[in-house]
Design a protein around this ligand. Structure first.
Ligand SMILES: [Zn+2]
Length: 397
C-alpha cells in the first residue's frame, strides 16, 4: 500500500508534525483547523450598484477564490497531500436572492454552491439562519439526557450534574456565540432540555449554584469574541467596516461589564440597540451605507453631522424627550457610557432610556419616510423595484 505523506496517529508529536507540514498552506484568506481547510472571499458594493456591477464584482470574487484554490491544489502536489475535490463544498452568504452564476472550480471540477456548509460541527446556512442547527443540537441533547435519566439511580446529584455538564450542556453551548441572536422560540428548545435536566438531577439549588444560565453563557461567549475582534486581531480590526460604532459600544459597556451581565432587568430592543451601536436612522450611518447624500441632520438648519451623540444630546428636535431623560440620567451627561450606567442601575432607569430611544428613533424613521415620499428623487423603492421597503433595510438580518 502506498502512503504518500502522514503522521502516526496518537503520538504526542503528531499534532506538531502535522502543523509543521501544513504551515505554509495557511495564507491570508485560507483558514485551517486540523485537516479541515476553508477559503473565504467577499465583495462589498454600494447600495446603489446596478445588476451588472454586482455581477462583475461577483465574477472578480470567484476569480480570487479560484486562484486561492489553485494555490491549495499546487501546495498539495508539492507536499504529497491529496485533496478530495468531491468533498469540497461552497456556500454563498448573502441577503440577495438573485442567482449566483459563476461557481468556483477546484482541481478541474466545478464546486457546486450549496445552501449550507458544515464547518467543524457547525452548520452555516446561506441566510445565516441557525434554526435547523439549534433544533438538531436540541435533539441530540435530548437523546443524551434520555440516557442520563435511565442511569440516574446509580449516581449522586453532584455526579449527575457533572455528567449533564460534560455530556449534554457542552453540546448545547458549542459555538453558541454564532447563534446567540437567534429567535427566542428557536432558543427555547434548549431551555426545555435544561428544565428537564433539572428535574432529572432533582436539586434545583445545586444546579443553580454550579451552573450559569444558557443565556448567560452565550452572552459571555459573544462578548469575548467581540472583544478579541477589536483588541486582539489587528487584521480583523481593519476589516470591520465601522470600527468607531463598535468601539463606542465597547467603551460604554466594558467598565460595567459585570453589572451588565449580572443585571436581572432590561431587554435590548431593536431601537435601543440602534442608539447603542449607531446603526440606525442616523445621518452619518445612512450616509455610510449609501442611503443618504450627506451625513447631515435633517432636523437642524445648519445640517451638522447626525451622529448618536448629536441625536441624543444636542439636536433641538428632541428637546422635549431629552428633558424627561435628563431627569433620570442626572448630572446632564448623555454620553453612551452615561446611558449604559443608568440602564444597569435600575429597571426604571433602563425603561426611561429605552422609551427615549423608542420615541426618538420612531420619529426619525417616520420623518425619513415622509422625506422619501415627498422628495423629487425617485424613491428607493421605485429605483429598485422588487426590493424590500426602506424600513426593512435597517432591520438586522
Ligand atoms: Zn439635529
Amino acid at each position: 500500500m502506498a502512503i504518500n505523506a502522514g503522521v502516526p496517529q496518537g503520538s504526542v508529536l503528531s499534532a506538531t508534525l502535522f502543523l509543521l507540514h501544513i504551515n505554509d498552506l495557511l495564507k491570508p484568506g485560507t483558514f485551517g483547523y486540523a485537516d479541515d481547510s476553508t477559503v473565504a472571499e467577499r465583495y462589498t458594493s454600494s447600495a446603489r450598484a446596478s445588476g451588472s456591477q454586482i455581477q462583475s464584482l461577483r465574477e472578480a470574487m470567484v476569480g480570487r477564490l479560484n486562484s486561492s484554490l489553485e494555490a491549495v491544489s499546487a501546495w498539495g502536489n508539492a507536499n504529497l497531500v491529496e485533496f478530495n475535490a468531491a468533498k469540497t463544498q461552497a456556500c454563498l452568504f448573502s441577503a440577495k436572492r438573485s442567482q449566483f452564476s459563476p461557481a468556483p472550480t477546484f482541481r478541474g471540477a466545478a464546486v457546486p454552491i450549496t445552501d449550507c456548509l458544515d464547518i467543524l460541527g457547525v452548520t452555516l446556512t446561506s441566510t445565516l439562519n441557525f434554526g435547523p442547527f439549534i433544533e438538531a443540537k436540541a435533539h441530540l441533547a435530548a437523546k443524551k439526557l434520555g440516557i442520563l435519566a435511565k442511569v440516574r439511580q446509580y449516581f449522586t446529584q453532584e455526579q449527575l450534574l457533572k455528567l449533564y455538564q460534560a455530556q449534554v450542556r457542552s453540546c448545547m453551548e458549542y459555538c453558541s456565540h454564532l447563534w446567540d441572536g437567534s429567535a427566542r422560540y428557536q432558543l427555547d428548545a434548549l431551555e426545555a432540555i435544561e428544565r428537564r435536566a433539572k428535574r432529572i438531577i432533582g436539586n434545583d439549588a445545586l444546579v443553580e449554584s454550579k451552573l450559569q444560565s444558557l443565556e448567560h453563557r452565550r452572552r459571555v461567549a459573544s462578548l469575548s469574541v467581540f472583544y478579541r475582534l477589536h483588541f486582539g486581531e489587528s487584521e480583523w480590526r481593519q476589516r470591520l467596516s465601522q470600527p468607531r460604532a463598535g468601539l463606542a459600544v465597547i467603551a460604554a459597556i466594558s467598565p460595567l461589564f459585570e453589572e451588565w451581565l449580572e443585571r436581572r432587568h432590561g431587554v435590548l430592543t431593536y431601537r435601543l440597540t440602534q442608539v447603542l451601536t449607531g446603526h440606525g436612522s442616523f445621518g452619518r450611518f445612512l450616509f455610510l451605507i449609501g442611503r443618504e447624500e450627506t451625513p447631515g441632520c435633517h432636523h437642524c438648519e445648519d445640517r451638522p453631522e447626525d451622529t448618536v451623540e448629536h441625536t441624543v444630546a444636542l439636536c433641538p428636535a428632541w428637546a422635549e424627550h431629552r428633558r424627561v431623560l435628563r431627569d433620570v440620567v442626572g448630572d446632564g451627561d448623555l454620553s453612551r457610557p452615561a446611558l449604559v450606567q443608568a440602564m444597569v442601575r435600575s429597571e426604571g432607569d433602563w425603561d426611561a432610556v429605552s422609551s427615549f430611544c423608542e420615541a426618538v428613533m420612531l420619529a426619525k424613521e417616520e420623518a425619513g419616510r415622509v422625506r422619501e415620499r415627498t422628495s423629487s428623487r425617485p424613491s428607493r423603492r421605485e429605483r429598485h423595484s422588487g426590493r424590500r421597503g426602506s424600513r426593512d433595510d435597517l432591520r438586522p438580518p
